[in-house]
Design a protein around this ligand. Sequence first.
Ligand SMILES: C[S@@+](CC[C@H](N)C(=O)[O-])C[C@H]1O[C@@H](n2cnc3c(N)ncnc32)[C@H](O)[C@@H]1O
Length: 179
Amino acid sequence: MYIREYDIIVDLGCGTGYLADQLSQSVKHKRIVGVDDRSATPLPSVQYLVQDLSQSWDSLSPVLKALESKVSLIVSNFAIQFISDKNRLMHVVSKLLAKNGEFVANYNRAPDVMSLLTSEQIKQYNIQLQTKSELQQLDEIQTACSGNGLNVTKVDVSLLKSRVNEYSIKGRLKSMAIL
Ligand SMILES: C[S@@+](CC[C@H](N)C(=O)[O-])C[C@H]1O[C@@H](n2cnc3c(N)ncnc32)[C@H](O)[C@@H]1O
């Protein structure tokens, strides 16, 4: 079996660095960098950088920019949903990635709350939200990828059904979750 070796791995929105630490034990690599906008005590295997990833490439810290075109694998677990400008984020991702580098992200899409409400509910509660459909959100990230020279090779959408992900609006909606 062919097992790819990675030079530099970056975990975007790494939290405590749990995923990065798991990767450090299971994937051949030279260096693992975890990036998050909150400071945390990282696991010892992970080099931790505090950085707001909603910033443009030019505004990033010199330490992160020094990884330009050097990162062979970027991962992100349930973090990129917090960064609204996906085009800017994908620009950062494409700047970091080395030739043939890969980006693997797992994230939630936001529920399209407005489409779940009746016009009576919208009126009654004076709800003025701008929410995007699941398809719009998927299209947005795919456009952000292709616009920044990233080739989308796999999209896997799954529906999570758990208590945590249940939304109920005045008992009219049963359950719904969006990933
Ligand atoms: C749900 S946690 C996931 C943490 C980790 N990836 C994991 O799987 O345990 C989301 C993380 O994204 C980080 N985050 C949110 N917005 C961010 C931003 N603009 N820049 C960098 N990190 C951000 C949060 O600080 C948090 O650690």
